[in-house]
Design a protein around this ligand. Structure first.
Ligand code: AMP
Length: 558
């Protein structure tokens, strides 16, 4: 195996450039200031966007939010979220991009690890009170001093994000604090085990990912990118996402929800040329988008979970969009089918790495590379991919191999043409509509329920989400009330677990199947979960997958 290359070589070869991410994304403010950058109810040109970013970066300093403190950004898509994120990058206060659906169970360890000085959240809503959760985090982590709230109703000790954004006066001095080798932002890993781990992305590494992804997507000054999924996710943010569209001189449209009728309206109204969806939303798009013949100009990027070949073929045939399959991860590696690939490659593979220098290795159970075309775990290293997590997880060497490879936990085959086909996964994760649910994380919280003696979580085929979360539970005999799916979900919510991880199905059993020295036989459980009724002995009268498929949240977007 070749020795690992490193940053010195990445810079020498021009893969990493001496450029800050905010400068890359906002460079069209001087090159083509009047071109639209944001479309929708609050439109902005590239020049106005850059001015707003400079103004907010200066205001943040006045508020005492200073480099190199990170700031937790837990906001849904909006112009304010985009401006704040870019301002934080510019100010050298790396935003930690956190999906609005995450709760204290997921965020507590992140705040403990990265010690952000501030947190931005939506105002209290009908479904959830983010400011109340943020105040809880502040109590447990006193370094989290400033609370930025997006909405009218702000308590006295909170800063209204709207007020911050309204200060458009040009600052006396541009805040420009970081070096390109420093962290520009943090994504949160979607997880293989436990709560999410912070992924530090430097200006130069993420800049190269954004440039490469934008180039293979065909983004340019006339492109209009619709952020249909949350911008807090790397796919919508930087793969190539809104950052790639802006860096190419194009415009972005920020969807507030992934409701398909809303998305189709935005596509028509704004003349969208590019968008990115997870597979469950593709099926919905096919049902709602106006039919058109093949040869259309719109590009539909699909990733986050495996798209089946039949649905893939229907995209150009039924709605006339060009399909681009994307396999990638917040840790870095990005693989795309190319826009000029033959139809069978686009429909049947997840493409090839987009960055020169990105190495992929397919490894068998013995830790050695498999023969070409054989299935194995994908390992990767190179200029796109991080070599460690931040915080406590940095010490967990498990996901990073001895030669500097990131072990994806994904099973793949790589054909002679170099195209990757994702065939399965080794990691114990349920991929629910593109959102990854680490089984051990749900099991650990569910096991605290007094009515649960033992619990094991596996995926099952779900008609809407691709995979649903199935909890097999051995109930506590002396439990005070019968365990139901509803009660279990309520309990998980009270324990601060994000709702997209809640089981869609509960199966009560007498015992969990075991192998070897007593490890739960997850393969047997997965086979059982595929069936309508469980196969294991169940307590009398309770042998059904009770309340099956309660749904919570939309595909990857809540
Ligand atoms: P995230 O970091 O949230 O983007 O998740 C990365 C993981 O999502 C990968 O390691 C895969 O397990 C899964 N994934 C992403 N894209 C695909 C795809 N096109 N097909 C199958 N799995 C995918």
């Amino acid at each position: 195996m070749e020795a690992s290359r490193g940053p010195t070589e990445y810079r020498a070869r021009g893969w990493w450039r001496d450029e800050r991410l905010d400068d890359l994304v906002l460079r069209h403010a001087s090159e083509s200031p009047g071109r639209p950058a944001v479309l929708g109810p609050q439109p902005l040109t590239h020049a106005r966007l850059a001015a707003a970013v400079d103004a907010v970066a200066a205001r943040l300093q006045e508020l005492g939010v200073r480099a190199p403190s990170p700031v937790l950004v837990q906001l849904p898509n909006s112009v304010g979220m985009l401006v704040l994120t870019l301002a934080l990058i510019r100010a050298g206060c790396p935003p930690i991009l956190a999906h609005p659906s995450l709760r204290s169970h997921e965020l507590d360890p992140v705040v403990a690890d990265l010690a952000p000085a501030a947190m931005a959240v939506p105002a209290a809503g009908e479904v959830f009170d983010h400011p109340a959760m943020a105040r809880g985090l502040q109590e447990r982590h006193p370094g989290l001093r400033t609370l930025l709230v997006d909405g009218a109703a702000c308590a006295a000790d909170e800063v209204a994000l709207g007020g911050l954004l309204a200060s458009s006066a040009a600052p006396e001095r541009r805040v420009h604090a970081a070096d390109p080798s420093e962290t520009a932002l943090y994504f949160l890993s979607s997880g293989t085990t436990g709560p999410p781990k912070p992924i530090p992305r430097s200006h130069e590494a993420l800049g190269s990912v954004v440039r490469n992804a934008a180039a293979v997507s065909g983004l340019g000054p006339d492109s209009v990118y619709l952020a249909a999924l949350p911008v807090t996710h790397s796919f919508t943010c930087a793969h190539p996402g809104v950052l790639g569209a802006l860096a190419s001189g194009g415009a972005v449209v920020l969807a507030e929800s992934a409701d398909i009728e809303h998305l189709v309206e935005l596509v028509e109204e704004a003349g969208v040329t590019h968008t990115a969806l997870v597979p469950p939303l593709v099926a919905q798009l096919l049902a709602h988008a106006p039919p058109a013949g093949p040869g259309g100009a719109r590009v539909l990027q699909v990733g986050g979970a495996r798209l089946d070949a039949e649905t893939a073929r229907r995209v150009p045939a039924e709605i006339g969009w060009r399909l681009q399959q994307v396999y990638g991860m917040s840790e870095g590696l990005l693989s795309f089918t190319r826009l000029d690939d033959p139809q069978e490659v686009v429909a049947g593979t997840q493409g090839r790495p987009v960055a020169p220098g990105d190495e992929i290795l397919v490894v068998g159970e013995d830790g050695r590379p498999v023969d070409p075309g054989e299935q194995g775990e994908l390992w990767t290293r190179g200029p796109s991919t991080v070599t460690a997590y931040a915080g406590r997880a940095a010490a967990e060497a498990g996901r990073f191999g001895p030669e500097g490879h990131y072990r994806t936990g994904d099973l793949v085959r790589v054909g002679e043409d170099g195209n990757i086909v994702v065939t399965g996964r080794l990691k114990d994760v349920v991929n629910r509509a593109g959102e990854k649910v680490p089984a051990d994380d749900v099991e650990a919280v569910a096991a605290r329920h007094p009515g649960v003696r033992e619990v094991a979580v596996v995926g099952f085929p779900h008609p809407l989400y691709g995979e649903g979360v199935s909890a097999f539970v051995v109930p506590e005999e002396a439990g005070e009330e019968r365990l139901t799916l509803r009660r279990l979900r309520r309990f998980l919510g009270e324990e601060g677990l994000a709702a997209y991880k809640f089981p869609d199905r509960l199966v009560l059993v007498e015992a969990l199947p075991r192998i070897g020295i007593g490890k739960v036989d997850k393969a047997a459980l997965r086979r059982a979960a595929e069936q309508e009724a469980p196969r294991f002995p169940a307590p009398s009268g309770e042998a059904r997958p009770s309340d099956s498929t309660a749904s919570e949240g939309a595909a990857a977007g809540t």
